[in-house]
Design a protein around this ligand. Structure first.
Ligand SMILES: NC(=O)c1ccc[n+]([C@@H]2O[C@H](COP(=O)([O-])OP(=O)(O)OC[C@H]3O[C@@H](n4cnc5c(N)ncnc54)[C@H](OP(=O)(O)O)[C@@H]3O)[C@@H](O)[C@H]2O)c1
Length: 316
């Protein structure tokens, strides 16, 4: 009996080498990196990371779009996005990476990494007073898949954990806050702010001076700290520098920036209390993510529902 044709996959990426993705997707599907001109009817699914704007609009048989990352701002910002389901990444492997990054940065700020590295550079042996984790409140802004995974690890380390979301997600052991109306209460009890929001029209530039000013500065770690591993577009970078310079912020760890790679002239590179990583907190790994994508495609072909779908109205 002849096997039913499995539709092709269009893999469209910028900014990284897609060979591994092509190899793994090819286990079950024909993969192309460019559609045939004039509306390619052979393509059923698109797997994308920063695809060229308008590329997906002309594909008459496109059934769904898969994001190579947890964030889908790179898809939703396409003005010609076709009206098909958009699937994002939710994966243990990604949550694990993000948890490691956030725990690393929280511990480093709490255990005075900046001060001790400076002492070491000057050969200074000086034990500093140390607050226990139980006196430090970590507020996670964006309490979804990554925020909640991170919260579980921080709770295990003994921190006080708070979470802020749009609709109000609950978690045992975490004080949770929902929406604009509770943002002030969330911030005023937060010593270390961890930003894990998606970039949407509602969150654009949300981390500004006014927000940073509302964090708790009179605290067990001697000031307020910002950690942003969400998206660069969430932050107003001149405001963060101003806050670092005038003491509104004690320290910051930034994994994401408005312009990436971060330009050589950015003051963040040399700021003594800023810690910079190159959007490296939680990279999408094809080995873990492709099997999930292929399984979803086969399920959808059989008429079953997709999962981890983006809410097009909310934008994430
Ligand atoms: N740096 C990296 O390497 C890296 C890697 C992966 C992901 N990321 C970033 O991490 C983000 C979060 O990923 P995720 O998988 O955790 O996403 P998610 O599961 O969709 O969670 C997003 C959270 O943000 C909340 N939120 C969204 N809009 C909001 C608003 N206007 N006000 C208040 N809360 C709002 C959501 O609230 P509800 O719970 O009420 O829906 C939810 O709690 C991604 O979008 C991406 O930008 C970065």
């Amino acid at each position: 009996m002849q096997q039913e044709r499995k539709g092709r996959v269009l893999l469209s990426t910028t900014g990284f080498e897609p060979d591994r993705w092509i190899d793994l997707l090819s286990a079950e599907r024909d993969v192309v990196t460019e559609p045939a001109p004039g509306g390619d009817p052979s393509i059923d699914y698109a797997v994308v990371w920063h695809h060229p704007r308008g590329l997906l609009a002309g594909l008459p048989n496109l059934k769904a779009i898969f994001s190579i990352g947890a964030g889908v701002d790179h898809i939703m910002s396409d003005p010609d996005l076709p009206d098909v389901p958009v699937v994002r990444v939710v994966a243990d492997n990604l949550s694990q990476f993000m948890t490691e990054y956030v725990a690393w940065r929280v511990l480093d700020h709490h255990r005075q990494g900046v001060a001790y590295r400076s002492q070491q550079a000057r050969s200074v042996w000086d034990e500093r007073p140390q607050a226990p984790a139980g006196e430090v409140a970590v507020g996670i802004m964006g309490f979804g898949a990554l925020g909640q995974a991170t919260a579980a690890a921080l709770l295990a380390l003994g921190y006080r954990v708070r979470g802020w979301s749009r609709t109000g997600r609950e978690m045992d052991g975490v004080e949770t806050f929902a929406g604009e109306a509770r943002l002030g209460d969330f911030l005023s009890g937060t010593d270390i702010l961890v930003v894990l929001l998606p970039h949407t029209p509602a969150t654009e530039g949300i981390v500004d001076y006014d927000l940073l000013r509302r964090l708790r500065r009179d605290n067990a770690i001697g000031g307020a700290v910002l950690i942003n591993a969400g998206r660069g577009a969430l932050q107003v970078e001149d405001d963060i520098l101003r806050a670092l310079d005038d003491g509104t912020l004690k320290e910051a760890s930034l994994d994401v920036f408005r312009e990436e790679p971060l330009p050589a002239q950015s003051r963040f590179w040399s700021h003594p209390r800023a810690f910079v990583t190159p959007h490296a907190a939680a990279a999408s790994d094809a080995v873990f993510l492709v099997p999930q994508m292929l399984a979803q495609m086969s399920a959808y072909d059989r008429g079953e529902p997709l999962w981890n779908l983006v809410d097009r109205d909310a934008g994430y």
